[in-house]
Design a protein around this ligand. Structure first.
Ligand SMILES: NC(=O)c1ccc[n+]([C@@H]2O[C@H](COP(=O)([O-])OP(=O)(O)OC[C@H]3O[C@@H](n4cnc5c(N)ncnc54)[C@H](O)[C@@H]3O)[C@@H](O)[C@H]2O)c1
Length: 355
């Protein structure tokens, strides 16, 4: 078991700029407070402008900037399902603080209606169902990650730690009957992180960390409908503060890349490492070996893209996807890959390609 013990102090995020979507309420709002308490400046984007402006007023009063500096927390109304709206949020943060160090995609909504209603008929199934849950939870996370991968590289040197944190859920890996679209979206969020963890961490690409947090039942508006029955069943819940403590620690911990952190009853556990480590047991030794060979071939995915790929294997000293004019520094790159644990897309360490 890989229990993760969060570690934060008033200095953990000192002088860092953190952009948080979905930060007006619930876990996101708690994370805004914790980032401020840990020394960061924070830009919040949320659809709920009333709660967002209230939060901005409260924390601007509580967390005063040093003289001549901009307010430590700012809010902009944002719809994560609208690409231009997300872009405008990043522009807003960048103009205010001149850089962005960490980005958190926390905006999310729960299931709407019942896609697989047993009562659907040949008539009613003709009506197109809503895909808003997919749009907010998955497409929104993809928009945020894409734009973050560019903004996080500006006005920051390569050795400054920067990261993206995505909000998945226990539904991202465990069955959640009735949460059909929600579960698909949260699986998708973990998939997004896995597709990016070896790619964005490459020193020859974005040089960023990316991680997922998977809270179990957490006391926010999102679970009000079932909260009482859940507690009657004597099942554990997280407070928003407990989840945001883990999230803040994940932002500050430069050793974490490619992890999924489950938070239940206030405790946190990393799961990716065990999934990789125990693969031969749950998949079978032979299949696991064959898959490993395929993963080694696919490497950082350059074969799928238009990036130049002189030779395909790191074992011959030439990492794929490296432009030819960069080959001068190749040994340095290979050394870094070894030190940081980036050997191929299916690293089996808790630090999937940490820089
Ligand atoms: N509460 C839980 O038990 C729980 C468990 C697992 C995962 N999560 C995830 O944690 C994250 C935070 O959830 P929460 O419980 O704090 O929920 P919440 O409802 O309290 O907060 C979610 C925030 O997202 C915002 N939002 C919704 N749609 C948006 C959009 N289109 N654009 C921008 N902002 C939008 C809301 O206005 C709200 O401020 C979500 O991604 C959620 O799926 C929550």
């Amino acid at each position: 078991m890989s229990q993760y013990i969060p570690q934060i102090s008033s200095q953990s995020l000192r002088e860092k700029v953190v952009l948080i979507t979905g930060g007006a309420n619930g876990i996101g709002a708690s994370l805004v407070q914790q980032c401020l308490e840990s020394g960061a400046n924070v830009c919040v984007g949320d659809l709920d402008n009333i709660a967002g402006e209230r939060l901005q007023r409260k924390y601007q009063e509580q967390f005063q900037p040093e003289e001549g500096q901009p307010p430590r927390v700012v809010f902009q109304t944002t719809d994560v399902t609208n690409y231009q709206s997300v872009l405008a949020l990043f522009d807003f943060a960048f103009n205010k603080f001149k850089r962005i160090d960490h980005v958190v995609s926390a905006a999310g909504i729960v299931e709407i209606g019942n896609w697989f209603d047993f009562g659907l008929t040949l008539e009613t199934v003709r009506e197109t169902p809503t895909h808003k849950v997919l749009d907010v939870n998955l497409l929104g996370s993809m928009y945020v990650s894409r734009i973050a991968s560019v903004y996080l590289r500006h006005n920051r040197g390569p050795n400054v730690d920067r990261s993206i944190l995505l909000f998945s859920c226990v539904s991202g890996f465990k069955d959640s009957p009735s949460l059909f679209v929600y579960q698909s979206s949260k699986h998708g969020v973990i998939g997004l992180m896995r597709s990016l963890r070896g790619y964005v961490s490459s020193p020859y690409k974005h040089y960023l960390r990316i991680n997922t947090i998977c809270p179990w039942m957490t006391e926010t508006e999102a679970i009000r409908k079932i909260e009482d029955q859940w507690k009657l069943a004597d099942l554990p819940t997280n407070t928003p503060r407990e989840v945001s403590t883990v999230a803040t620690s994940m932002l500050a911990d430069s050793s974490l890349n490619g992890t999924s952190m489950v938070v239940e009853g206030g405790r946190s556990w990393e799961i990716e490492d065990n999934i990789d480590r125990l693969e031969a047991q749950w998949l079978g030794e032979q299949s696991s070996k064959t898959l490993a060979a395929g993963q080694l071939f696919l490497d950082d995915g350059a074969i799928w893209t238009a990036l130049p790929r002189k030779k395909s294997s790191i074992s011959n000293g030439v990492p794929p996807g490296v432009p030819l004019d960069k080959l001068g520094g190749i040994q340095d790159h290979v050394n870094k890959m070894q030190i940081y644990g980036v050997t191929n897309g299916a690293s089996n360490s808790i630090t999937h390609g940490v820089h």
